[in-house]
Design a protein around this ligand. Structure first.
Ligand SMILES: [Zn+2]
Length: 126
């Protein structure tokens, strides 16, 4: 995992909650492959620009969108469920773009975005 990848893509600021970092490192250890961070911290203007939710956990340094190359998305999802901070927090399964949103919100929350060719289902929210 490349910590610099956690910085806001727009301004380079970095805010990361230690508990998120620890949970990501634990997940990385579990899958045995380096995690790739697609989106980590987002400053509020950047979050707004990309259409993120107003109170997104990304703006608190408490969320990351990740992949682990070589690890199937469902295997990554199962591994995340074994990490207490994620099991008890937010997990969004993006089957359309094959990544996982993980956050350490204080209550369990799950959502799934179906593959592109599936029938429309739910919205995404993070
Ligand atoms: Zn920014």
């Amino acid at each position: 995992m490349e910590p610099s990848r956690f910085a806001c893509r727009h301004c380079g600021d970095v805010v990361i909650d230690r508990r998120l970092l620890d949970a990501l490192l634990a997940l990385q250890g579990k899958v045995g492959r380096p995690l790739v961070i697609l989106s980590g911290y987002r400053c509020p203007p950047h979050n707004r620009d990309i259409g993120g939710e107003l109170r997104s956990y990304h703006t608190k340094g408490q969320a990351a969108d990740i992949r682990a190359p070589g690890v199937p998305i469902m295997a990554l999802f199962q591994a995340a469920l074994e990490i207490p901070a994620f099991r008890g927090g937010g997990i969004g399964l993006y089957l359309n773009r094959k990544f996982l949103h993980l956050d350490i919100r204080p209550q369990r929350f799950r959502w799934i975005v179906p593959p592109r060719n599936a029938l429309p289902n739910k919205t995404h929210s993070h």
